[in-house]
Design a protein around this ligand. Sequence first.
Ligand SMILES: Nc1ncnc2c1ncn2[C@@H]1O[C@H](COP(=O)(O)OP(=O)(O)OP(=O)(O)O)[C@@H](O)[C@H]1O
Ligand SMILES: [Mg+2]
Length: 271
Amino acid sequence: MKVRRGRRQQVGEGASAGESGVAVELRGVRRQYGRGAGAVHALAGVDLALPRGSFTAVMGPSGSGKSTFLQCAAGLDRPSAGSVRLGGTEITGMSENKLTELRRSRLGFVFQAFNLLPSLTVEQNVLLPLRLAGQRQDRRRAAAVLAQVGLADKARRRPGELSGGQQQRVAVARALVTSPDVIFADEPTGALDTGTAEEVLGLLRHAVDGLGATVVMVTHDPSAAAWADSVLFLADGSFADRLDHGSPAQIAARMTALTARSGGAMAGAAA
Ligand SMILES: Nc1ncnc2c1ncn2[C@@H]1O[C@H](COP(=O)(O)OP(=O)(O)OP(=O)(O)O)[C@@H](O)[C@H]1O
Ligand SMILES: [Mg+2]
């Protein structure tokens, strides 16, 4: 496995531009759907820099732009304006092919709905990112990441034979298999019960503390967000608040305050 920098070494150590301490950087990012009077400003000017080796949760009311933010930050969607840098690489004008290659080699994804392929075995699902990237399908690597998520004995099973929590752990193993710089997770515990959710959150925490990855996680759940180093709060397409090392109760209180403030703004800026 590649040697990575620990989270405490990252900031301000005079790294070169390409190896800067910033894993994800958005400048003036806007994402508009539709035009004219009916336009929706899903992201209304987002500026953000997430250090390498950090775990960030993104919260906000439904429709505040969380998924749009994650998609733009991960190069799955193109902003209407502004720039996105991943590990110092500007992805804004990048060709679709280059972007796909960057996503496959340097990013990992975990979604609420697991998104495993039912006809493939657990091992084949985990190896899929390597297969898609045209790399050697290293079965020892698959075994190692499956062991990390506690599923060493499930390699030959199909996803349908596993519980929801086990399936999400397979999805985390699949996200880890390429040793990505950044893992993007959209509601990774949304379909799980509390105990199972904690197992998955523990794995994401370990990806940061043990492997030096950067994790960006969208969640509705203050208890899930409390596993992160900081929580960023989105309201109406821009970041309105931030809380570092908050408890679930503190995070829930901030969310309540945010929802009270942004209530009634559902119709969008251009309406
Ligand atoms: N493809 C689309 N076309 C038009 N409008 C869209 C599209 N996708 C999202 N939007 C709008 O952009 C805004 C932000 O949507 P987004 O999905 O990012 O919200 P969210 O915070 O992830 O919400 P949720 O918590 O419900 O998942 C919403 O007003 C939504 O209706
Ligand atoms: Mg969403």
